[in-house]
Design a protein around this ligand. Structure first.
Ligand code: MG
Length: 306
């Protein structure tokens, strides 16, 4: 309790408030603070150092948390349980700019870093033949899908794409590709910048099922991003759906699918229906005959929360 009180004091109470109020005071003409204010700052500084030292010393003692609190429903942990595993440390990445792809988080599996397509094959398992150039790769129209060598289950996926400029075609014929999770659940890639199409075929749609919440497309030729959180479907032993797949999608940082329930694999002019499959599958990118470019593709496999 003593440690908690001190931490509170630093964060919410006297020390923080004293520092803030000193910062807001006017300074002398020379830009330096008066001598009495300097002493106050020194005193406050010493106090902060002592308090932080006290808190860090406390970390060698019993683990933070509690064992005398109520049990959380659905698991084996108490509220604030001191034995609950700590989250692993991940160094976050950086955001991309138009000129420069960002850096992935430290635990991501890199599927394309601008150099080669070694993580990808064609639909038969032969080396992917899409065109790598200038830190990106482009669809080779007519060559078919490419897919990852590795299989993934529940995942967080980041990828960036640019639709062709000048744009050619219209409706589904303009800048069409797709992100195919498990090679079958399609998040549509399309150039919908001033290009109407049917709602459930729109960029960011779960194709043939769920339109995106908004149209967040950038102009043709500009780099765009999808951040996709995918929960794979689960099937029971007899092949029936235990839980369907769910997907959340951010298009250029804008939410377009919010924990959307997927009805089944991508289907054209018919109703999607699940066929059972294993817990992992390959990620594929669709060749729809348009030379979309891609860059900065990474994935993180997701585990159940301990
Ligand atoms: Mg498509």
């Amino acid at each position: 309790m003593i440690r908690e009180a001190r931490y509170d004091e630093i964060v919410r109470g006297g020390y923080g408030a004293a520092s803030l109020s000193l910062e807001s005071r006017p300074r002398t003409r020379s830009g330096a603070m008066g001598s009495s204010r300097v002493s106050v700052v020194v005193l406050v500084g010493v106090g902060i150092v002592a308090a932080i030292a006290s808190v860090s010393q406390g970390q060698d003692k019993p683990k933070p948390g509690f064992k005398d609190t109520p049990m959380l429903p659905g698991n084996k942990w108490h509220v604030h349980d001191s034995d609950r595993p700590h989250p692993p440390v991940v160094t976050p990445g950086t955001f991309s700019t138009e000129e420069q792809p960002g850096r992935p988080p430290s635990d991501a599996i890199i599927l394309f870093d601008g150099k080669d397509l070694s993580q990808w094959t064609d639909h038969k398992g032969d080396p992917a033949r899409w065109i790598v150039k200038d830190g990106a790769f482009a669809i080779r129209p007519g060559s078919g899908i490419i897919r990852t060598r590795q299989e993934f289950g529940d995942c967080q996926l980041h990828l960036e794409f640019a639709t062709p400029t000048p744009p050619r075609g219209h409706d589904q014929g303009r800048g069409n590709s797709g992100v195919l999770l498990f090679e079958r659940y399609e998040i549509q890639v399309l150039d919908n910048f001033n290009n109407p199409t049917y709602a459930d075929g729109h960029a960011g749609a779960v194709y043939g099922q769920h339109p995106p919440l908004v149209n967040a497309c950038r102009e043709p030729g500009r780099w765009q991003s999808y951040d996709i959180l995918f929960t794979a479907p689960r099937f029971s032993a007899d092949g029936t759906v235990e839980t369907p797949a769910y997907v959340t999608v951010l298009h250029n940082g804008v939410l377009v699918q919010n924990h959307t329930k997927i009805l089944g694999p991508m289907a054209y002019r018919t109703l999607a229906r699940y066929t059972p499959h294993g817990p992992k599958g390959r990620l594929a990118l669709q060749d729809h005959g348009n030379p979309i470019r891609f860059r900065n593709i990474w994935i993180r496999e997701l585990k159940e929360q301990p």
